[in-house]
Ligand binder design. Structure first.
Ligand SMILES: Cc1ncc(COP(=O)(O)O)c(C=O)c1O
Length: 454
């Protein structure tokens, strides 16, 4: 018996080495178990135990009838993939999602040139205050203004990026052990931030209009929530934008419950005209707005923006400081210049046009599949045709050198495993995007009964 146990573990170890050293590549299909057993001169049941052991170690994914594939990247401790860093070396990356407009660096360079003068540089290399500078606050207030909302400059705080702004807002609002309501599908990094802060995320029902106010109230009654994290405009990953009516109802609910809100508006710049009424305009005493320049400008030299309710400035500023989430002064100074000289406006216009062009490619290449998106968004949520599952499809895509994000990365409830993937359209060059989508459509159709209506 002991011999047998060692036998299958030894074989599993060898395969694990092959995966670690790249002899078996992400997405590659392992032979059917019977063929594997024959090749190694072992019993079929032993081969089954080898494969089960590899699944247990998170190295492969498998399904009866469809084969066993090497995972796109090793699973994390919770069986979950890290989605930001994992597959960045894949030749076509539909996982990372940072747009870059044609000619972007040429547009950005003139704004940086004055910063290289020694006297200006001396100032730009000093520590940044959490509240930025008067010029930065004014510029940021102008940037985020919409037809129905103009944040006051003195309500701004600056962080390194939007993720840090989310972390600071949540850290200031929620004690370890506290509960935060989120859309049932949510931005995956929020899950990681919450885990690090000891916060429990509570998935709340959404419908075609977005987060359901009734679900917020019910969850709060069951056990008090300390905050909501919500994306009302061009929600990542579904692209949904809440209607005015839904925003008003949600705002009324949070006012009634006195429930603070973290409103993530990082993708709202793609909406043209901008959505008139952020939640911040409807529940100003409760709403903390998160935004930033990583998507509008570039992730490599960016700042995160926080607009906080008047009475919360000190607490959120303290969270920014103690988390070490302050913006770098050089980035703040660069942002001020890019905002003042119109560079950000030009980049935003270019990226809106770019996103629309990329959505047209999605519409062409994935015609007939169930794809949820918005012509303005930089992502698409693809509900895969049966019998594909998110993990097997992600592995099959990786075999073609295409990285994408499996749907379960966006869910909080571990019992929900949507058979869907999110396509990030922003980062890949356009010809690569078209080629990758065409390949994915072929892969999907080969495993499926056929395309259904869109
Ligand atoms: C909804 C949402 N919020 C925040 C971020 C992170 O922005 P940043 O790179 O500025 O941290 C992203 C990035 O994809 C996002 O999709």
């Amino acid at each position: 018996m002991g011999e047998l146990v060692n036998d299958y573990r030894r074989i599993a170890d060898r395969l694990a080495d092959d995966i670690a050293e790249g002899r078996l590549r992400p997405g590659e299909r392992l032979p059917p178990q019977r063929a594997f057993a024959r090749r190694h001169g072992i019993a079929g049941s032993t081969a089954g135990r080898v494969y089960a052991e590899l699944v247990r170690r998170g190295l492969v994914v498998g399904e009866v009838g469809r084969g066993t594939f090497v995972r796109a990247s090793p699973a994390g401790p919770g069986g979950e993939r890290g989605i930001v860093e994992s597959a960045t070396s894949a030749p076509v990356n539909l996982e990372l999602n940072y747009p870059s407009a044609p000619g972007q660096s040429e547009l950005l360079a003139p704004g940086l040139a004055p910063l290289l003068r020694p006297d200006v540089l001396t100032e730009a290399l000093r520590p940044a205050a959490v509240a930025g500078t008067p010029a930065a606050r004014e510029a940021a207030a102008g940037l985020l203004a919409t037809p129905g909302w103009r944040p006051a400059p003195e309500r701004f705080l600056f962080t390194g990026n939007a993720r840090q702004a989310i972390a600071a807002a949540l850290a200031s609002l929620v004690r370890p052990g506290g509960r935060v309501g989120v859309e049932a599908l949510t931005y995956p990094v929020v899950k990681e931030i919450a885990a690090r802060l000891g916060i429990t995320l509570v998935p709340l029902a959404t419908d075609e209009g977005g987060m359901c106010p009734g679900a917020v109230a019910a969850a709060h009654r069951a056990a008090p929530l300390s905050a909501l994290y919500v994306q009302p405009t061009l929600h990542n990953p579904t692209s949904l934008t809440m209607s005015g009516d839904r925003r008003h109802r949600l705002a009324r609910t949070v006012e009634e419950l006195n429930l603070p809100v973290v409103e993530d508006r990082i993708w709202s710049f793609l909406a043209d005209p901008p959505d008139a009424e952020p939640l911040a305009a409807l529940a100003p005493g409760l709403t903390h707005v998160v935004d930033g320049l990583s998507k509008r400008v570039a992730p490599g030299l960016t700042v995160g923006l926080l607009v906080v309710p008047p009475h919360r400035t000190d607490e959120v500023a303290a969270a920014v400081r103690s988390g070490g989430w302050s913006a770098g002064r050089f980035a703040v100074e660069a942002a001020v210049r890019w905002l003042a000289d119109g560079t950000v406006d030009r980049l935003v216009a270019a990226k809106r046009a770019d996103a629309e062009g990329r959505q047209r490619i999605v519409a062409e290449e994935l015609r007939g599949f169930r794809v949820r998106s918005d012509p303005r968004a930089y992502y698409a949520w693809w509900e895969l045709p049966a019998p594909w599952r998110a993990d097997t499809f992600t592995a099959a895509a990786a075999a073609h050198g295409i990285a994408l994000t499996p749907g379960p990365a966006f869910v909080v409830d571990p019992h929900r495993t949507p058979d869907a993937v999110r396509l990030g359209l922003a980062s890949a060059p356009v010809p690569d995007l078209r080629r990758a989508l065409r390949t994915l459509a072929d892969v999907a159709a080969r495993g499926a009964a056929g395309r259904s209506g869109r």
